[in-house]
Design a protein around this ligand. Structure first.
Ligand SMILES: [Cu+2]
Length: 330
């Protein structure tokens, strides 16, 4: 029995690696296969940080086993190797304080510079103008608005390859997280707040996008596909969507916004110029109101004051409501 107990770690540990190996077969880890410049830099950062940390982790694991083996009770030599009075070996002290200090120093510099370089709010350097997409996290789907193409889509995003993409992200639901692992970054989607993310796809392809923040019942189906295609393909697609699909107005939006997942992607031509601002304003407005456009409505404010849109629709009203979201306050 005693002998078997000694063998267990030598069987269990390799077995864990074998099981992980088998489970990972044929699977790829998206963050390790970047398809764009930002994702590539994030991958490098991840690898360098891991390698640096292994400088400490590997010797610690080796020592943990070696020391246990060398100083085991049944080792006849362990008594003569034992030096309880040994104290203050300057060289050893230098090793176990010095190495971690150097690593923390190097990591600090790496993290400091890369968190400025990879700031999701920072526009990417490029001679091409950024392609704009407005992202709304809904219960439980993603809405993409293309303000310049006058179209919108649900759970399917198309972007031009080789051109920076500027995402404006908000939520019309609980807090969520917008994430395309192969393009990099991950930014929170919050109601009444506009967050920004700049990404680029350097190669054509279809990538998975998901929500990285659990938000309720339909969360598991709240994923989308991202297709990086040539600018001309994108223009042709956008033209087709504008002509052949139903219009997404403020009114039809409120139907779409009902909780629920969608089976397959949906496409719309944009029926209003400022849908995104209207969604944002829904949570910023002093009284707060639904995203619907009644011809005339008024809001009672907490202070007893009241404002009236008169003949303006809420839609028109909010078009001249300047939405200046704060930068990230986390
Ligand atoms: Cu209003």
């Amino acid at each position: 029995m005693y002998k078997i107990a000694k063998i267990i770690p030598w069987v269990v540990i390799p077995l864990i690696f074998v099981v992980i190996g088998v489970l990972m077969q044929g699977k790829s880890i998206a963050v390790l296969q970047p398809a764009g410049q930002i994702a590539a830099q994030q991958r490098d950062l991840l690898l360098y940080a891991t390698l640096l940390i292994l400088i400490v982790v590997i010797p610690v694991f080796v020592l943990a086993f070696t020391i246990a083996w060398r100083y085991r009770e049944t080792n006849p030599k362990s008594a003569e190797r034992y030096h309880p009075e040994l104290d203050g070996d300057k060289r050893m002290e230098a090793v176990w304080w010095g190495i971690p200090l150097v690593i923390i120093g190097v990591l600090s510099v790496m993290i400091w510079t890369s968190s400025h370089n990879l700031d999701p709010y920072k526009p990417l350097a490029s001679n091409k103008e950024a392609f704009r997409v407005q992202v709304v996290a809904m219960k439980y789907k993603w809405l993409f608005i293309y303000p310049e193409q006058d179209i919108a889509s649900v759970n399917h995003l198309k972007i031009p390859v080789g051109r920076p993409v500027e995402f404006d992200v908000t939520s019309d639901a609980p807090m969520n997280s917008f994430w395309i692992p192969r393009l990099g970054g991950q930014v929170y989607a919050m109601a009444g707040m506009n967050t920004k993310l700049h990404l680029i796809a350097d190669q054509k392809g279809t990538f998975r996008g998901s929500s990285a923040n659990i938000s309720g019942e339909g969360f598991a189906d709240m994923h989308f596909s991202v297709e990086a295609i040539s600018p001309s393909e994108l223009n042709a697609w956008a033209r087709g969507v504008r002509q052949n699909n139903e219009r997404l107005s403020v009114r039809s939006y409120s139907t779409l916004a009902r909780p629920g997942t969608v089976e397959s992607p949906r496409y719309y031509s944009l029926g209003t110029d400022n849908l995104y601002d209207t969604i944002l304003a829904k949570y910023m407005h002093p009284g707060g109101h639904e995203v619907t456009a009644p011809a005339k409505h008024s809001h009672k404010q907490s202070g007893g004051r009241q404002h009236d849109h008169g003949s303006q629709s809420a839609d028109e009203y909010h078009s001249h409501t300047k939405v200046t979201p704060e930068k990230e306050h986390h």
